[in-house]
Design a protein around this ligand. Sequence first.
Ligand code: PXP
Length: 236
Amino acid sequence: MPKMMVNIDHVATIREARGTYYPDPVFAAGIAEMAGAAGIIIHLREDRRHIKDRDLKILREVVRTKLNLEMAATIEMVNIARDIKPDMVTLVPEKREELTTEGGLDVVSLSDKLEKIIEKIKGKGIKVSLFIDPKESQIIAAHKVHADMIEIHTGAYSDAKSEKARAGELKKVIRAAVKGKELGLGVNGGHGLHYHNVREIALIPEIDELSIGHAIIARAVFVGLDRAIRDMLALM
Ligand code: PXP
């Protein structure tokens, strides 16, 4: 079974909706760890629309499992990561106008830039993962730029409109996971996973970690965060 990493961005989204100091993502991290999360994920976006620099600093102090910082491949973010030293960084493409991360990184065309950025981050002892679509060319490129891990974008699988389309997308994720392992990369997955689609992905033996956020925080509104996390763990 893959480890469950909980993305707590949307606790901060609720806070920012009213500009209050609650609910605090720092508390969410503690509850998530107590409920069995193997790690905490936050995305420090360039526009700081949910997670703030203050959250990242405090979470670095309090998270005892593993802190995964999702971020754009920019100089500003690289400097923050080198300063704060999360356990790992996941590089993602970022557009201001998007609701959430839309596609995977195009490692093939950005390979020179990414290779330099990855070297800078790894220089501080931080592991680097690249969020990519389940395409062989992107996985090979991720290996060439010396990423430690890949995170396979499961969005197309999650959003598939028919069983047939979903089965096709699942096959792509499986093939990508096998290819990643073959090249010696760590293999994670995530995006759009929820209580009704996680099982097939959790059954892929090559996947080490799953990153799940929105569905867990949404369920927590009704049943509480502890229960929402335990329910997801049980399904996985
Ligand atoms: N992985 C990456 C790279 C993401 O950007 C996100 C969304 O923040 C997730 C996983 C989690 O996606 P979701 O919130 O749909 O579970």
